[in-house]
Design a protein around this ligand. Structure first.
Ligand code: URA
Length: 433
């Protein structure tokens, strides 16, 4: 078999065989096929696409290009969730303990943030002492004992994605449905859970800019997961405005804690409850979403979801006094309110602008080497649909950056206030199963 024949076949819009896909993935990971040939094939895939069968084979080969987690010796149904990324997305921090308190087992590998989106690992690291890189043995022990662990990737999972993603990044081939779907799903499948819930976000603050593209991606990813033997479902959720109120690492941890106590923002709580209900149904812990919803509300009300979060923090070396007394998290030097310039209704809060501003305030990274200021970020006081009066606080900015005047201006401009009434948008727009 020759790589050039595989490239020309895809260039001409033909379907690749399983053997050809295996040849290219295995050959690339082993260093037998050079970057320039793989780049050409990736560009051909961008233009000609792939059939569902090709995508499933590609994902399967990528998943098995390195270590695969085997969690079968751990009792209980292992559930996982994945968000395609957004602004203020602290869902795992609240949802994980909620479903674990109901009896599901969450063995989750998360990532760091880059650009305008935050990463779960960074948020967890705002808790002093919290270790997100535990040994494989400790990860398994923690999952088996308390049913909940959120850590960085252990072992050599999916080396094919690492190599392919780095190449895609510099060859203009990131934006391709088959390549995104296989990249995300190969990592999820290799993490070893029985069920996967995908939170595919759409809007200006998300990877997918509109609901149609998000739905297409969600459907493809669900098909891959189900074809490869995992119960995979997806929710399509709004990322036109930030999720919840808080954007920034320690600020988001505090909001997740409030949510576990039953005092979270409405949209964020709704997303956690709906996602959790689906996950409990997937794990066959509840017979229906309604039953699952009752279980989730109960573990919030009786404190067991919060207790599960505490247990996870203690197991990973975190100082639990910060969880019990969130006012202990260090405050930024500057805490500044941004106020409404006129009366009206909030029509938009541009998530991308808020995410980028939070990064400039110190809450995120522009490059992988940047150091995060855990106290920095933005806490919204208003959401889309809210009525405001001139002078009302729109949000509070937390930063240690001295020169922040322009950032405050940009944040104010992210809020669009109109005269006409604006309806509150739904958080979950669709459910693919
Ligand atoms: N996230 C991933 O993990 N892979 C992609 O290709 C795009 C986003």
């Amino acid at each position: 078999m020759r790589m050039v024949d595989i490239i020309t076949k895809k260039r001409d819009g033909k379907e690749l065989t399983d053997q050809e896909i295996t040849f290219f993935v295995d050959g690339y990971v082993a260093g037998r096929i050079p970057d320039y040939q793989v780049s050409a094939l990736l560009m051909a895939i961008v233009f000609k696409g792939m059939t569902n069968r090709e995508i499933v084979t590609l994902t399967d080969r990528m998943e098995h290009s390195g270590d695969v987690m085997d969690l079968s010796d751990i009792k209980g149904v292992k559930v996982d969730k994945h968000s395609t990324g957004g602004v203020g997305d602290k869902t795992t921090l609240a949802l994980g303990p909620m479903v674990a308190a109901c009896g599901a087992v969450l063995a989750k590998m998360s990532g760091r943030g880059l650009g305008h989106t935050g990463g779960t690992l960074d948020k967890l690291e705002s808790i002093p002492g919290m270790n997100v890189f535990v040994s494989d043995e400790q990860f398994r022990k923690q999952v088996a004992e308390i049913g909940c662990a959120v850590v960085g990737q252990t072992g050599q999972l999916v080396p094919a994605d690492k190599k392919l993603y780095a190449l895609r990044d510099v060859t203009g081939t990131v934006e391709s449905m088959p390549l995104i779907a296989s990249s995300v799903m190969s990592k999820k499948l290799a993490s070893g859970s029985d069920c996967i819930l995908l939170d595919v976000k759409f809007g200006n603050g998300a990877f997918m800019k509109n609901i149609e593209a998000a739905k297409e991606l969600a459907i493809v990813m669900c098909k891959i997961g189900n074809a490869l033997g995992r119960d995979t479902r997806a929710v399509l959720t709004d990322m036109e405005q930030p999720l919840g109120f808080a954007v920034g690492n320690a600020l988001e941890v505090k909001e997740a804690i409030a949510t576990l106590h039953g005092h979270g923002p409405k949209d964020f709580t709704e997303l956690c409850l709906r996602s959790g209900a689906i996950m409990l149904e997937q794990a066959k812990i509840a017979k229906s979403e309604e039953e699952a919803m009752k279980m989730l509300k109960k573990v919030i009300a009786d404190g067991s979801a919060f207790e599960k979060f505490r247990q996870m923090v203690i197991a990973q070396g975190g100082d639990v006094s910060y969880i019990d007394h969130p006012e202990k998290f260090p405050e930024s030097k500057y805490v500044v309110e941004v106020k409404a310039a006129k009366d009206g209704y909030i029509k938009r809060i541009v998530a991308l602008e808020i995410g980028e501003s939070a990064m400039r305030l110190g809450a995120g990274r522009e490059t992988f080497d940047d150091v995060i200021d855990m106290s920095a970020g933005i806490v919204l006081s208003k959401k889309v649909g809210d009525k405001v009066k001139k002078g009302d606080v729109l949000c509070t900015v937390h930063t240690n950056v001295e020169d922040h005047a322009q950032i405050l201006k940009d944040i104010e401009e992210a809020f669009h206030i109109v005269d006409e009434f604006v309806a509150v948008p739904p958080t979950v727009h669709d459910y693919i199963h």
